[in-house]
Design a binder for this molecule. Structure first.
Ligand code: KIV
Length: 273
């Protein structure tokens, strides 16, 4: 009997993303935090899977992203890596693991790469995290930047509203974007900024931009999977397009199951041994 030939899948790399920008092909990115989700999203053909620190909200039930730990992020990332054969897997460095101490930042990034098998890390901030970005990249670890609304700084802003509407903040964002590209970031997430500014950043940079609430001018888009699949019903900002209503579908299925158990209709004899 001849061996079954496994279908060869080419992994998306940071170079592939750069070429997609050159060719004008949009990049799709979604969050994943576990094996089963990663399999489904990867099978569907998503280009990048982000093990986002939004796991703090949608998996662990925290109000902000601040409490999630490096160990928890590594556990999530490890499961995602096992589920995805094609997508580039990027992992958020959680709050407190990279700010203000570039040696600690490198240690955190190395732990993620070694213990999870992921391909890159993401961190929030511009000029003030540049030393960390440079040190991580110097160790051969690809870094994705993140500007605009930075949820790890929520207590500094006080709100999750649109950032960089004012000229001074917009100017600083342009400076930060340039510096992150120069430092060697392979891509940049732009969260909740005016679309005109996101388009300007995208045209100014050679690395791809991935927008969330930043309009159609970005090179790619990212959403939190639980939001776009309608698992999380309470969150409905203008930028979110819902592609399913899984909360309702799952609730109905579970109610049906409960009914069947209570009515002694499940399991039947042909569903037993
Ligand atoms: O943690 C996350 O899910 C993110 C995306 C919203 C970009 O950082």
């Amino acid at each position: 009997m001849s061996a079954v030939k496994k279908k060869e899948v080419r992994r998306v790399t940071t170079h592939v993303l750069r070429n997609m920008k050159v060719k004008g092909e949009k990049i799709s990115m979604l969050t994943a935090y576990d094996y089963s989700f990663a399999r489904i999203l990867d099978d569907a053909g998503v280009d990048v899977l982000l093990v986002g620190d939004s796991a703090a909200n949608v998996v662990h039930g925290h109000e902000t992203t601040l409490p999630i730990t490096l160990n928890q992020m590594i556990t999530h990332a490890n499961a995602v890596v096992k589920g995805a054969g094609r997508a580039l897997i990027v992992v958020d460095l959680p709050f407190g693991t990279y700010q203000g101490d570039s040696k600690n930042a490198l240690k955190s990034a190395i732990r993620i790469m070694k213990e999870s098998g992921a391909h890159a890390v993401k961190l929030e901030g511009g000029e003030f995290v540049l030393d960390s970005v440079k040190r991580i990249i110097s160790a051969g670890i690809p870094v994705m930047g993140h500007l605009g609304l930075m949820p790890q700084s929520i207590y500094k802003y006080g709100t999750y509203s649109v950032r960089a509407r004012e000229e001074a903040e917009a100017k600083q964002l342009l400076v930060d974007a340039r510096k992150l590209e120069k430092a060697g970031c392979f891509a940049l997430v732009l969260e909740k900024i005016p679309q005109s500014l996101a388009t300007e950043v995208t045209q100014m940079l050679r690395i791809p931009t991935i927008g969330i609430g930043a309009g159609p001018g970005c090179d790619g888009q990212v959403l939190v999977s639980h939001d776009m699949l309608g698992i999380n019903k309470e969150f409905s900002p203008r930028f979110l397009r819902r592609y399913a209503s899984l909360y309702d579908i799952m609730k109905e299925a579970v109610s049906h199951y409960i009914q069947d158990v209570k009515a002694k209709d499940f399991p039947r004899e042909d569903e037993a041994y």
